[in-house]
Write a protein that binds this ligand. Structure first.
Ligand code: DAH
Length: 362
């Protein structure tokens, strides 16, 4: 028995040494299997105890168990060491290089309509205007009647109105066909002087290459005791030159007719179409860009403003139209398609000033 036990102690020493010297997780696993696996050396010895008498079996069993515990502890401790150095090696290999430049951000861009609203708002706000808004669903009264367009007036037909079912009290409703009803809403609740612009959505039952059932307008309204046609002209000439960025841009006022203004004028800007190239500026041609006029006395009176005391001027223009002219966008339809390629091409970096889209009114 003594000899055998010496062999066992030698086996234990060898196994512990092998474990301590093993260099990777695979090697340590092989040692574990060779010692305490199903066919391992220690397992084999344990099985052989069956042939001994009870006394010797107890003694030898205790020794073998102790050997097994020590060998297993040595294997486990080496395994922990190897695992942590394997992890360290992996972390070193996978190290993030924080000095690498960041990946370019996929930044969104400002839609040309938003950009145009922001630009024109900035220009008018510098002239002392503030921004007003109104509902898209309007009553027939605000959209037409209060603007001196009575029920039988032919201008109602010209506007291709989307009619809605009347509200609970039977009031006829429409999707607003222009931003002009906000003139009325503002005059009803604000005492003059008034100086507002109203950018917003408008709706008409019209759809082709140059018309969309939903589009945008900006309305302007100035009411004061001494405002006159000269103010209208100065204001709109300054705006056109600032918006198109052409200091000597020719601006022409052509007599026209709108039910809510008297007199009325359409405004043209100079352009050239020489040699197939279109350019805004001094030239031999004109382009209509907006409607305007002195607010009709009947409209003022309807809002409770005395036309003998106050006068004012108003104007309205299509936002898509001036955006297309300024930025050379040839087709109206892609404005509403949300095609990423179009948006990337025609989109803008946000302006670094307070804007309507950032909440200028808040
Ligand atoms: N509301 C008109 C339209 O949609 C545009 C317009 C013309 C507005 C003259 C005005 C104005 O305020 O004075 O066609």
């Amino acid at each position: 028995m003594v000899i055998i036990m010496d062999e066992w102690l030698e086996l234990k020493a060898n196994l512990i040494k092998a474990a301590e010297e093993s260099s990777d997780l695979e090697a340590i696993e092989a040692i574990r299997i060779s010692a305490v696996g199903k066919k391992g050396s220690i397992t084999g010895l344990m099985k052989s105890l069956g042939g001994l008498d009870a006394e010797s079996r107890k003694e030898a069993g205790q020794l073998l168990n102790k050997i097994k515990t020590e060998v297993t502890a040595a294997i486990d401790s080496r395994k922990v060491d190897l695992e942590s150095s394997a992890l360290e090696a992996q972390l070193l290999k996978d190290r993030v290089d924080v000095t690498l430049p960041v990946r370019p951000d996929k930044a969104g861009s400002i839609h040309p309509i938003t950009q145009t609203i922001d630009e024109l708002t900035a220009i008018f706000c510098q002239m002392g205007f503030s921004v007003a808004e109104g509902p898209h669903i309007e009553t027939d009264y605000y959209n037409f009647t209060a603007l001196n367009i009575p029920p039988e007036h032919p201008a109602r037909q010209e506007q291709d109105t989307f009619y809605l079912p009347p509200d609970d009290t039977g009031v006829p409703r429409v999707l607003r066909t222009h931003t002009s009803p906000v003139q009325i809403r503002t005059m009803e609740k604000t005492a003059p002087p008034i100086k507002i612009i109203v950018p917003g959505r408008t709706f008409r039952s019209d759809h082709d290459a140059t018309h969309s059932p939903m589009f945008h307008q900006v309305e302007g309204l100035v009411i004061d005791k001494k405002s006159h046609m000269g103010h209208l002209k100065g204001c709109l000439i300054d705006f056109c030159r600032a918006f198109f960025g052409v200091d000597d841009l020719p601006v022409r006022f052509r007599p026209s007719y709108f039910p809510f203004t008297e007199p009325s004028a359409e405004v043209d800007i100079g352009c050239t179409r020489a040699g197939g190239e279109f350019r805004i500026g001094k030239g031999d041609d004109w382009l209509e860009i907006l409607g305007s006029g002195m607010v009709h006395p009947r409209v003022l009176a309807g809002c409770g403003i005395d036309p003998d005391e106050y006068q004012g001027f108003a104007f309205g223009m299509g936002i898509e139209r001036i955006a297309m002219l300024k930025y050379g966008i040839p087709d109206l339809r892609p404005f509403y398609d949300s095609d990423i390629r179009w948006l990337k091409h025609y989109g803008f970096v946000p302006l670094d000033i307070p804007t309507v889209s950032k909440g200028i009114n808040q």
